[in-house]
Design a protein around this ligand. Structure first.
Ligand code: COA
Length: 374
């Protein structure tokens, strides 16, 4: 029997702090009109000390579960796509697993920059379709504001923080993820990178002084690459799904620059209102931008059960990809009160985590006491 990976839950989380273009005018030589005209961005969200990539991811994940009957302990797999992980290791996904109490889940991070959410969604969907697991949480989460050089006007205006999560579940009837295109071209790796802090250039006083631990980008070249691949990947993935462009109800593009999305719409000869657009309020949230745009589009009634969507993105690597997804009827209507209950589960998961840590200490203490020679 064929298995299908349906999208059954989704959620988003963004920090409260809004950083406007006018505030960025105080930091670098730029202005509100230029930023809006060249990118479409008016403001973005910036994490304060209390929020990290893992905390935003956990909030989005709990909100995604809140819309369903699924308990965290029933999740089989968590993938966090991120370009701003909590640490090099442990993975951000492992921290999320602990924070939400997904006691039975395997968890790992996926690094493919802004395309990461599409790649992760496809990996999880393939695992579900193969029958090897049944429920997966796919999360895109970022605190890129911590990797931005706030003295560089070419990048400081672009990025924002946030997270979005999708719950995929196996079903025996058609729907959910239909096709996917995944591509990369490492010859363009230098166009958008964080050069230091890895094996090639470990962090040193010199790398810190030269700000090589922060995002470096050739904006013009990335722009040229993006306008080329957005339309071609969309065409390819639609064809793979046996559809035509006219069958696509909504395109959820990576929100990097409004002009890139407009160019893709022109290239595909689709009206701009067939694209979800919220870059004006969040900027580029990298892996989180597609799930956040989807959550808002659904909330605004721009998409509903039965719709066929294209998710399309690009990013550092260089990487790019697209995925088609059919939304299916929710199996259960969730009340607004239930939706707000997510924090109760967060508190319970935290309590469980603390008890496990205490338990591990006690175990270790008893083991050592017993192992002591008489
Ligand atoms: N404010 C004011 N002027 C700026 C500026 C800013 N923030 N950034 C650049 N400029 C200036 C440049 O110095 C240049 O001036 P010059 O002509 O005197 O040299 C002029 O504006 C045009 O620069 P250019 O780099 O050609 O601008 P652009 O229209 O390409 O816009 C980006 C710059 C970064 C907004 C655009 O290239 C872009 O969005 N690229 C893609 C980036 C991206 O998507 N990255 C993430 C991938 S996931």
């Amino acid at each position: 029997m064929s298995r299908y990976a349906h999208l059954t839950g989704w959620g988003m989380a963004v920090p409260d702090r809004v950083l406007t273009n006018h505030e960025i005018e105080q930091m670098v030589d730029t202005n509100d009109e230029w930023i809006i005209a060249r990118t479409g961005i008016r403001e973005r969200r910036i994490a304060d000390k209390s929020d990290t990539t893992a905390s935003l991811a956990a909030k989005a994940a709990l909100r995604a579960l809140q819309g369903t009957d699924v308990k965290a302990r029933e999740i089989d797999l968590i993938i966090v796509a991120t370009s701003s992980p909590e640490h090099i290791f442990p993975s951000t996904a492992s921290l999320v697993q602990d924070r939400i109490g997904a006691t039975e889940a395997g968890a790992f991070d996926l690094s493919a920059a802004c395309t990461g959410f599409i790649f992760a969604l496809n990996m999880a969907a393939q695992a579900i379709r193969s029958g090897s697991l049944n429920r997966a949480l796919v999360i895109g989460s970022e605190t890129l504001s911590r990797m931005v050089n706030w003295e560089d006007r070419g990048t400081a205006i672009l990025f924002g923080d946030g997270a979005g999560a999708f719950l995929l579940e196996g079903r025996d009837w058609p729907g959910g993820v239909m096709s996917c295109v995944m591509r990369s071209d490492g010859s363009g790796g230098d166009l958008l990178s964080v050069p230091a802090g890895g094996s090639f250039m470990p962090t040193s006083l010199e790398t810190l002084q030269k700000k090589l631990h922060l995002i470096q980008m050739d904006g013009r070249e990335v722009f040229r690459f993006a306008t080329r691949v957005m339309a071609s990947a969309t065409r390819e993935v639609v064809e793979l799904a046996g559809m035509s462009l006219e069958d696509v109800d909504l395109v959820i593009p990576h929100q990097a620059n409004k002009r890139i999305i407009e160019a893709a719409a022109r290239g595909l000869k689709l009206p701009l209102d067939r694209f979800a657009l919220n870059i004006d309020r969040y900027g580029n949230t990298s892996t989180a931008s597609i799930p956040i745009a989807f959550c808002e589009a659904f909330e605004q009634g721009r998409t509903r059960a039965g719709d066929r969507l294209v998710l399309v993105g690009f990013g550092a690597g260089l990487t790019w990809g697209a995925l088609t997804l059919q939304l299916t009827e929710p199996e259960r209507v969730v009340t607004p009160v239930e939706r707000r209950r997510w924090w109760v589960f967060a508190v319970l998961a935290r309590l469980r985590s603390v008890l496990r840590r205490v338990g591990r200490r006690l175990e270790s203490w008893i083991f050592r006491a017993r192992a002591k020679p008489e």
